[in-house]
Design a protein around this ligand. Structure first.
Ligand code: HEM
Length: 411
């Protein structure tokens, strides 16, 4: 792979090619050159690409930007963007993720209570039980495929438990979620948009049916709580509820699975750090932050400036899509010493931007960290000699970074 890595002399156009397999396997050397040579770069996708920690952090936290790209970007020229807009208009509902204040503020307040760190901590025994069951099944075999046997089913079951959702259609649900996230990729084509449309056509009626039934049989689950939620006269509309549950499913399927997968791979490639965490339970609380920094599942997000904004000598006009490279920011040597090394003794791992920042900071952060901590620490303590049993394959995505299979074995 080394001969395909970029050098400081490369032109920026070569550096952010999502279709390049070398980029897929390891984007960080590409980010390095971009950060150094073109930190505020107008890419061929007609988006401004930011790769420095400071620029990314300021952008995520600034009120001068909108998260509602469909509404505020002037990138209407692309037919794919236009179709995406149509599709979103048909869906008629936006999730909290793409809303700006004041709607975002209202919804975020309504849903936040269910996701406080203490509410999530109460889920720990259940998460541990699910992980232990998965490891029991694999123990005798001496091997497991981490993604299908642990990294996917555990977060899926936890989010299903939280919402008290049936799980018998998990295969379809997973596929619908994958089609939805694929359509959010900057590189999504007509086919991806069509598949996402079909997924919505199945997913929404499925959720409507469950929500209608739940209204009649309220329980002590998150969905019932959201149906009943009322604060300062606010309620979630039915559309908002559907969009939120949809987002939770997608978040539950497409992110934590990759944190567990990428994190486990990082440990296997850094056996000294694996041993360090395995032998020191004090690291349980902090190791996941370093894994998020080192190789996070969400590599980028987008914003649109509502007023002219300045990055040093460059001015970005309102309506231009600004892509913040979270993964590049997390490997910025100006913020993290020796950034390409996995180091559990790093003093500032928790300054990473893998869960974004500002008002859209990941609502599921505590849950994702809990699941990854329990899953990974259990694997390395129960199977201390765990090793890679084959080459991992990278998923064909730009925004979401993750391995699609990770075969493990132990003596
Ligand atoms: C390792 C796993 C996860 C990662 C890396 C991750 C990452 C992110 C990021 C980067 C954002 C902000 C995107 C932006 O600003 O444009 C976000 C928002 C969000 N995440 Fe997560 N996420 C993870 C897991 C979860 C889980 C498990 C849930 C819920 C069950 C969740 C629910 C949400 C929600 C609802 C938002 C929108 C918050 C808002 O707009 O106010 N996430 N996540």
């Amino acid at each position: 792979m080394t001969d395909t890595l970029p050098s400081a002399g490369d032109a920026p156009e070569l550096l952010f090619n999502p279709f390049d397999p070398a980029f897929r396997a390891n984007p960080y050397p590409f980010y390095d050159v971009l950060r150094e040579k073109a930190p505020v770069w107008m890419s061929p996708l007609q988006t401004i690409v930011l790769s420095r920690y400071e620029d990314v952090a300021v952008t995520l936290r600034s009120n001068d930007f909108s998260r509602d790209v469909e509404k505020n970007s002037n990138a209407a020229a692309s037919p794919i963007q236009a179709r995406k807009r149509e599709k979103r208009a048909e869906e008629s509902t936006k999730s909290i993720l793409s809303l700006d204040p004041p709607d975002h503020t209202r919804l975020r307040r309504l849903v936040s209570l269910a996701f406080t760190p203490s509410a999530i901590e109460r889920l720990r025994p259940r998460v541990q039980q699910l992980v232990d069951d998965a490891l029991d099944n694999a123990a005798e075999r001496g091997s497991m495929e981490l993604i299908d046997e642990l990294a996917f089913p555990v977060p899926f079951q936890v989010i299903s438990d939280l919402l008290a959702m049936p799980t018998e259609r998990s295969v379809e649900l997973r596929q619908w979620s994958q089609h939805l996230t694929a359509s959010l990729e900057p590189t999504a084509d007509d086919h991806d948009i069509d598949l996402a449309g079909q997924a919505i056509d199945h997913f929404v009626p499925y959720l409507v049916e469950i929500i209608d039934d739940r209204r009649k049989h309220l329980g002590d689950d998150l969905l019932s709580a959201l149906i009943q939620v009322e604060e300062s006269g606010d309620r979630m509309s039915n559309q908002e509820l559907i969009a939120f549950v949809l987002l939770l499913y997608v978040a539950g399927h497409e992110t934590t699975v990759n944190l567990i997968g990428n994190g486990m791979l990082a440990l296997l490639r850094n056996p000294d750090q694996l041993r360090m965490w395995r032998d020191d339970p004090a690291l349980d609380a902090t190791a996941v932050d370093e894994l998020l920094r080192y190789d996070g599942p969400v590599q980028l997000t987008v914003r649109v400036p509502l007023v002219p904004v300045h990055y040093r000598e460059v001015t970005v006009e309102p309506g231009t899509v600004v892509m913040t490279l979270l993964g590049a920011a997390n490997h910025d040597p100006a913020m993290f010493d020796d950034p390409h090394s996995l180091r559990f003794d790093r003093p500032n791992s928790n300054r990473h931007l893998a869960l974004a920042g500002g008002i859209h900071y990941c609502l599921g952060a505590s849950l994702a960290k809990l699941e990854a901590q329990v899953a990974i620490s259990s694997v390395i303590r129960r199977f201390p000699e765990v090793q890679l049993a084959g080459e991992p394959g990278w998923r064909d995505r730009l925004t979401i970074r993750g391995v699609d299979h990770l075969p493990l074995s132990w003596p």
